[in-house]
Design a protein around this ligand. Sequence first.
Ligand SMILES: NC(=O)c1ccc[n+]([C@@H]2O[C@H](COP(=O)([O-])OP(=O)(O)OC[C@H]3O[C@@H](n4cnc5c(N)ncnc54)[C@H](O)[C@@H]3O)[C@@H](O)[C@H]2O)c1
Length: 356
Amino acid sequence: MSNVVVVTGSAGLIGSESVRHFAGLGMDVVGIDNDMRSYFFGKDGSTRWNLDRLTSEVGDRYTHHEIDIRDRDGLAALFAKLGSNIGLVIHAAAQPSHDWAAKEPFTDFDVNAVGTLNMLEAARAHSPNAPFIFTSTNKVYGDTPNRLPLIEHETRYELPEDHQWYGGIDEQMSIDQTLHSVFGASKVAADVLVQEYGRYFDMPTAVFRGGTLTGPGHSAAELHGFLAYVMRCVMEQRMYHIYGYKGKMVRDAIHSHDLVSAFEAFHKAPRVAEVYNMGGGRFSNCSHIEAFQIASEITGLEARTDYVDQARTGDHQWWISSTTRFEEHYPDWKLTYDVPAILREMYEANQDVWKA
Ligand SMILES: NC(=O)c1ccc[n+]([C@@H]2O[C@H](COP(=O)([O-])OP(=O)(O)OC[C@H]3O[C@@H](n4cnc5c(N)ncnc54)[C@H](O)[C@@H]3O)[C@@H](O)[C@H]2O)c1
């Protein structure tokens, strides 16, 4: 029994990778996604194509539900029906963009914070022993990373090598008294709730605070999906607007496969109320300038970029995650994709889709 995994945001980047992965391990996957990404980001953002691909690839092991995670009763009814068959919950549905959140703060909060509470309550009532995984974000640290003593290099900002976080920022960074953006604040609410359902109700919950999550399953749009949108712009010869910091801001990138293999490790040996920073770390990171250089080398095409001398509000100037805590708990887990490998895979996967 307990062979069912419930995945929210199942047509999105992380959700779809989770569906394939756990179906591949022989679990039955119940997905929840209402394509709200197309409401957030327009046609480019729709995840319907990914859902179509999923249902044909995964077949009978996958059942789809169009439920909106804001629909508390709808979620409760589904969880009640599945009951103790649920062996794992992966909650990856979200409004994921900090720029978008300022347009509709109520919608952002209702999806990210209240939607997460709806999921936690449904799980507490019907599957309290199933590991509950939540995809949080490094934006919970707000713009505190921007106070680090960064040094400017030719193509990127960097920390001094003797800084405690040169190898990556760990979970000890404060999430308090910082500029989060409206999105960061709604994710903080959800992140703390997931921890609380662990500590207070003793449920096996885990918060994975992602750096840049990426992979060929991303529906690349200007407001969300950094590396996929870089590759899309280069391949389609679209103009990419770089906002501020001379294009030298650094992100670490983790492929959806590597993140979902971390979910599998947690599923096998769950813990209570855990928090992990999850990203590409020192192994996989780049600045915007470097991302375009790599994408140009792979495609043989010049990138078309213009520069807007105004950084996005709350944007990180430098972020590299430390995954040490997770690796200490799960020593067999390893990152397998770095930035060039991620971009090359996107290029190969989208030859017929992203054309100039
Ligand atoms: N991609 C990143 O760079 C990144 C970084 C850090 C954290 N995260 C977090 O990881 C999670 C997954 O991100 P992703 O990149 O896979 O996002 P995504 O947008 O590709 O997938 C999310 C899916 O959730 C669905 N969805 C949105 N609102 C919904 C609702 N109300 N009801 C049902 N379904 C809904 C969307 O249609 C979409 O298919 C999110 O929580 C996000 O905040 C992402």
